[in-house]
Design a protein. Structure first.
Length: 571
């Protein structure tokens, strides 16, 4: 049978020493095997024999199944073309040594010119390296290569399974913990990244030793870790693990011959949230960790949906505020400051307002604290100062307004970051104004945060002729002894102290502040004046200036100009 097949296949190559098809096959890197209709090998190329550890002569005449898995080693006789399908598949082949290895097989039939089937040709590709790489990729997907813990993706897939199982069995509880190390970046900066990696490996080991064998600990990213505690009884199981983790990290670490001390923040999310996937539980645990960070070093917190809602709203407000700054949604309005003796407007306080597209105005009490916390207040304050100075330069061109001034609020962040004097002088120079054109307002409570540092900054401002007003005076409980030392020009009485004109007790503090200011040689401004009775009472006490709805609400630039030219009550 073998001789008959070989004669037919080589008939076309008569006269040559080696059939042409054999020369072509021997040049290939793929293994090539040709078997006859009885299933026996009639030809194998060099690559095919070497791939399986045989000499070519050892395979010719053997059943082709000798190269396959032991369970498939049997001789198959092909009766017709219908018994053979053209196929391609991955399987395991067996070497002469008995070692199996993965291969990609591609098989087809061989026919003569009349269409009669002569045999089967099989191409074989050794895919051991490819499979090894795939296995490494799978292992990498399942395990973090640095710590050996579960990877983030594997952790989330396990969490997804637990979430789906709880839908079927609501009585089962689980918890997700999220841990973030404190000051890890400082350690890597001082000791190096290799030491940081060594530290993470040791942290991973301690965390793993502090949970049950059935719990899953994962290295999420950087210095962040997580745990999935399945089948717990109640919340206390999660907090118990958090406490064990905190205790485990308090023991010193030995890295590059040095002792290193660590602490962490931990957030805990419980299974009662009814989320659809593990990612959301991990996000809840991360949010709880952030809350723990605000509570103090080494603390943990359990996720609270009400707290999260407030945090989400605050984050959304911050995002919208950043967009508002970029898209110029903020506006400056101006509230007149009136001389009580002459009832003439001598200046304005510049105030920032935010109209958020179709949702209307956002209260300053709502967005200013967010701006302070995020540092956006610095860029907002600089913008308000520049806008107000440029506007004041235009107003001073009006008849009789050459001495008009504007007050601008400055925050603690402005003063603490330095460079305030140069910043203000540059803005005044751009607008063509002198230093007596503006007055910076800072709150009394801010003044008392760092007395010595604030006095230094205020002294620098006074040295160049920039005046300072203490805003909301009376609410910060500042020491009068300290207050006398500050180089200030104006006290602004908080509107909460400007009470009904017929309530004598409500005016005791106002009277005291006016007397104090007179003794210090500084001007007094009363805020929140809304009635003629309040105005008269303030005038009788000797108060210098006032602002409030009695004179005008905060006005846009055009209405403020009309107020200067024609008077009026504003909007």
């Amino acid at each position: 049978m073998v001789d008959d097949f070989d004669a037919k296949m080589s008939a076309a190559d008569a006269g040559s020493g080696t059939p042409a098809f054999q020369k072509a096959f021997d040049a290939m890197q793929l293994g090539v095997t040709i078997s006859d209709l009885s299933g026996r090998i009639v030809y194998v190329n060099r690559a095919g024999a070497e791939m399986h550890g045989y000499e070519r002569a050892e395979l010719v005449g053997q059943p082709a199944a000798i190269l396959g898995r032991a369970a498939a080693r049997k001789t198959v006789t092909v009766q017709s073309l219908s018994d053979v399908s053209r196929w391609k598949r991955e399987t395991l082949n067996v070497k002469k040594s008995g070692e199996s290895f993965p291969v990609l097989l591609m098989s087809d039939v061989i026919e003569d010119e009349s269409g009669r089937m002569l045999g089967i040709v099989t191409l074989c590709q050794d895919i051991s390296e490819q499979k090894q790489q795939e296995e490494e990729e799978i292992r990498s997907a399942l395990r973090d290569p640095l710590t050996g813990l579960a990877s983030r993706s594997f952790f989330l897939s396990l969490a997804d399974r637990v979430v789906q199982r709880r839908k079927r069995h609501p009585e089962l509880m689980f918890a997700v913990l999220y841990l973030d190390l404190d000051r890890f970046e400082m350690i890597t900066e001082s000791l190096g990244h290799e030491a940081g990696d060594e530290l993470l490996v040791e942290v991973a080991e301690r965390l793993k030793q502090s949970v049950r064998p059935t719990d899953v600990v994962a290295h999420i990213a950087g210095d962040d870790f997580a745990a999935l505690l399945d089948d717990i009884r109640d919340e206390s199981d999660g907090t118990r693990v958090a406490k064990r983790w905190i205790a485990a990290l308090k023991e010193p670490f030995r890295v590059v011959e040095r002792e290193v001390f660590l602490s962490a923040k931990i957030g805990i999310a419980l299974s009662d949230a009814a989320h659809e996937d593990g990612q959301l539980y991990l996000a809840d645990a991360s949010a709880a960790m952030q809350r723990a960070r605000a509570q103090g070093e080494g603390d943990y917190a359990v996720f609270d949906r009400a707290v999260h809602k407030r945090s989400t709203q605050r984050l959304r407000l911050e995002t919208d505020l950043r967009r508002a700054i970029d898209q110029e949604e903020l506006r400056v309005v101006y509230q007149p400051i009136v001389d009580l003796a002459s009832e003439q407007t001598i200046g304005f306080e510049a105030l920032v307002r935010w109209r958020r597209d179709h949702r209307g105005f956002i209260s300053p009490e709502e967005f200013i604290p967010v701006a302070e916390e995020t540092g956006l207040i610095v860029s907002i304050g600089e913008w308000v100062l520049r806008t107000a100075c440029l506007q004041l330069a235009e107003w001073r061109k009006l008849p009789g307004q050459q001495s008009l001034t504007v007050n601008v609020n400055y925050s603690a962040r402005h003063l603490k970051r330095g460079g305030v004097v140069g910043e203000v002088l540059a803005t005044l120079g751009e607008a063509g104004l002198s230093t007596d054109s503006i007055k910076l307002e800072i709150t009394e409570s801010m003044l008392m945060e760092d007395v010595e540092a604030q006095m230094k900054v205020l002294g620098e401002l006074r040295d160049v002729g920039i005046r300072v007003a203490i805003d909301d005076f009376g609410t910060g409980y500042s020491s009068l002894a300290y207050l006398r030392r500050f180089p200030i020009d104006t006290l602004k009485i908080d509107k909460s102290f400007v009470g009904p004109a017929d309530e004598a007790a409500a005016w005791d503090l106002v009277k005291m502040i006016v007397a104090l200011a007179s003794g210090m040689g500084v001007t007094v401004v009363a805020e929140g004046v809304e009635t003629a009775g309040q105005k008269q009472r303030l005038r009788d006490m000797g108060c210098d200036l006032a602002q409030g709805y009695l004179f005008a609400k905060p006005l846009n630039a055009a209405d403020a100009e009309n107020h200067l030219l024609y008077g009026g009550t504003g909007l």
